[in-house]
Design a binder for this molecule. Structure first.
Ligand code: ADP
Length: 544
């Protein structure tokens, strides 16, 4: 028997309509290229979004056409999200940190018709425009006064595009499984692959995100997403924050600027900030140097890479900020786990709690997790057995855009293989030990590069640490520790190796330590291990 409930489609335009009615006065604050502090209300945002939707409908697009953005986090980018997706087109967010050739590749692969760009990326687009001939026009996200001279085809300023448009718009209704947004993975191996989110997956993911044991997002919050709108929908914040009517602060191009972030947090009364470990390193370093304490921030969600215990402690003990580690992927919208305590854990000894917080967290409702061995057999949740981490759920990709059936990313029984290696403990807390391709295979056993890195980074003289496997005649591979020293600090190889005493298993100790000035990063700020492995391919480890 079927239930007798309304089959209301889950469309992102419904978030906008709800927020417009309930929270018209809530503020959105942005740093933009043409204004260091832009401030307006939800009501104003939605009025402009409707004007943009009217303008888009005049560009001759068909439903499902891709319209791209190449922009930092700010209010115009948010308007694009809703106007493009809400009116039935697909918002393709492009990561400006990719190499120009990769950007051209994904513009062509996505078959983008129009591109909305920040003024600072105009030269980049001009450089590749001869390779992207199918793009019909460009909208530069500024006004006519600050519109740069450009050779880009049909270039128009954002403000002039929307200025004459009506502020009412009838959001179309369609099937909730229609695509709303497209985001490419960074392509650390091979070409970038497109993940195509639907309205339905986006709404369900946003619902899951606001829950107390996930982002714990409410109307009383002020949110600072330092996670980019161009990468996995800023972890769903544009949808979840508007769903509850939280104030939003967008950092624009200031995402890596510790000082600027500190002032945004304090001046705007930010309660929740989200970002990858690297950006928080910059923030904590600034606060430490300037001798300042954060007074307003209550919690931070950190993910995208493993969070070192030293960072969790520093946030907690110096600034009174609770860290919630999360794990996810572009293919997962991205939320998969969140690390919040279970009942009874609040009274755990502090050191134990910190250790627990270094895990990626518990699977959130809507995202099933399992770990399997090489034969595909499920492994126990005992915190010791590790294997390939697989996931299943309504906001996890079922395939890649235009690679349907050929990506070999899913198991026969319909689970997505994440490419991560993990343990899951008795309480359901998952810990990533490595990416499948980064794990170090030593004498038939696996060594977790992440755990060695986290131990190394806790040393006060270490600014950044990376561990890779280097070929070894007897053990197949052994770990090599690569370090950038913290400014004004010194440490020797012997001191560094002695640091591991009692902290990790002896056979996991790195065989050697190299000090470098720079460690390569991917476009999403993660350590580029492929590059490091190439760089150190012929490295000879000391014998004996
Ligand atoms: P890419 O870096 O290829 O663009 P994503 O941004 O989707 O991909 O990153 C997903 C990957 O980031 C995960 O598969 C995992 O390896 C890593 N990751 C994300 N969160 C964490 C975490 N909390 N701990 C360790 N690794 C993480």
């Amino acid at each position: 028997m079927r239930g007798l409930m309304m089959d209301t489609p889950l469309l992102i335009s419904s978030i906008l309509r709800h927020a417009d009615l309930h929270f018209p006065d809530r503020e959105i604050v942005s740093v933009t290229a043409d204004n260091p502090q832009h401030r307006y209300t939800y009501a104003e945002c939605f009025r402009r979004t409707r004007q943009l939707a009217n303008a888009l409908d005049k560009l001759g697009l068909s439903q499902g056409d891709r319209v791209a953005t190449l922009a930092w986090n700010d209010y115009r980018h948010l308007e694009c999200y809703y106007a493009i997706g809400g009116s039935g087109y697909v918002c393709h967010t492009i990561n400006p940190r990719l190499f120009p050739e990769q950007i051209a590749f994904i513009i062509n692969h996505a078959e983008d018709k129009w591109i909305f760009t920040d003024p600072m990326f105009v030269p980049l687009l001009e450089k590749i425009s001869e390779h992207t001939p199918q793009v019909e026009g460009y909208v530069v996200m500024t006004d006519d006064k600050t519109m740069p001279e450009t050779s880009l085809k049909n270039a128009v300023s954002y403000e002039s595009l929307i200025s004459g448009e009506r502020s009412d718009y009838m959001w179309p209704e369609f099937d909730e499984n229609v695509a709303v947004a497209l985001c490419y993975t960074s392509g650390t191996t091979g070409d970038p692959k497109g993940v195509l989110y639907s309205h339905r997956s986006t709404i369900l993911h946003a619902y899951a995100g606001v829950a107390p044991d996930v982002l714990n997002l409410s109307n009383r919050d002020c949110v600072l997403p330092v996670v980019p709108l161009f990468h996995v929908n800023a972890w769903g914040i544009p949808y979840s924050a508007l769903m509850v009517g939280a104030k939003i602060v967008f950092p624009g191009p200031k995402m890596g600027d510790g000082e600027a972030l500190f002032h945004m947090l304090e001046d705007e009364d930010v309660t929740l900030a989200l970002g990858v470990p690297t950006v928080w390193l910059a923030l904590l370093q600034y606060a430490d140097k300037a001798g300042k304490r954060m007074h307003k921030l209550q919690r931070t969600v950190i993910g995208g890479a493993a969070v070192p215990e030293s960072m969790i402690r520093e946030f907690g003990e110096k600034h009174g900020v609770v860290v919630c580690q999360g794990w996810g992927m572009t293919e997962m919208s991205p939320l998969g786990t969140a690390n919040t305590p279970k009942a009874g854990m609040e009274s755990m000894p502090r050191d134990e709690l910190y250790a627990l917080q270094t895990k990626a967290g518990r699977g959130i409702f809507g995202c099933e997790l399992r770990i399997v061995d090489d034969e595909g057999q499920e492994l126990p949740w005992d915190g010791v057995a590790y294997g390939a981490l697989q996931v299943r759920g309504a906001w996890i990709c079922s395939d890649y855009f235009k690679l349907e059936g050929s990506a070999e990313s899913h198991t026969d029984d319909g689970w997505f293989d994440t490419g991560d290696v993990a343990t899951i403990d008795e309480n359901g807390y998952m810990a990533i030990t490595d990416r499948t391709k980064d794990v170090i295979k030593s004498g038939g056993e696996w060594i977790s590069s992440i755990e060695i890195e986290n131990t190394a980074i806790a040393h006060p003289a270490v600014q950044e640490a990376a561990v890779i496997g280097v070929a070894h005649p007897k053990w197949t591979e052994r770990p090599l520790l690569i370090i950038i020293k913290a400014e004004g600090q010194d440490v020797s190889k012997e001191e560094m190796l002695a640091w591991f005493d009692g902290k990790i298993a002896k056979w996991w100790y790195p065989d050697d330590v190299v000090f470098v000035d720079e460690i390569p990063h991917t476009a999403t700020g993660k350590i580029k291990k492929v590059e490091l492995r190439k760089q150190f391919a012929n490295y000879e480890l000391p014998t004996g």
